[in-house]
Design a protein around this ligand. Structure first.
Ligand SMILES: [Ca+2]
Length: 187
């Protein structure tokens, strides 16, 4: 074999190696792309599932709510579900608790819903306390007008199960209204 032929053969071998290398990389890229797309689809599905965790507990529910003291029936006008309950202004002897059974740990947006104040006797500082995985936080809510839909208190970390809850007491400057509380998983 002459030098020229050896050179041609060598070039040919190199070309085959380079071309097959390209094909291999292309195949790997396609495989990686497919894996990435599958991972993204899975994440998107998980996101949809996560977003679908939404629990609403209402004053008329028989499970997930707890009452201490007197909570007569009230009517705000645009209550969630059927009517609402209220407690007369006091010193905290009346308590209402919304305690969800959360399917998974995570950060949940907590929102409250209540109707209007037809008798003009509601508190401007109804204390709603969110007991969450990092402690508790109290929000003094003006109930002299409707929440006008879901009024968000914030996003809080919760464990799965029933350890987290929202509590309203009648330690306020007027009557306090217990209607509905919503827990939405945000991530
Ligand atoms: Ca209600």
């Amino acid at each position: 074999m002459g030098k020229g032929k050896v050179f041609v053969v060598m070039v040919g071998i190199c070309a085959v190696v380079v071309l097959s290398g390209c094909a291999w990389r292309r195949a790997m890229a396609q495989r990686t792309g497919a894996a990435k797309a599958a991972a993204e689809a899975k994440a998107a599905k998980a996101g949809v599932e996560a977003a679908s965790v939404r629990i609403v507990l209402d004053s008329s529910d028989t499970q997930g709510v707890e009452k201490v003291g007197e909570w007569p029936d009230g009517l705000g006008g645009n209550d969630w579900g059927s009517g609402c309950l209220f407690a007369f202004k006091g010193k905290g002897e009346c308590k209402f608790v919304w305690r969800p059974d959360l399917p998974k740990a995570g950060r949940y947006r907590v929102s409250v819903w209540f109707g209007g104040d037809p008798n003009s006797d509601h508190a401007t500082d109804s204390p709603f306390t969110v007991f969450n995985d990092e402690g508790k936080e109290t929000f003094k809510i003006d109930q002299t007008k409707s929440s006008d839909g879901w009024k968000a208190l914030g996003v809080f970390p919760f464990r799965a199960g029933k350890s987290g809850y929202v509590e309203l007491t009648n330690n306020a400057n007027g009557n306090v209204v217990a209607d509905a509380v919503q827990f939405e998983l945000v991530k």
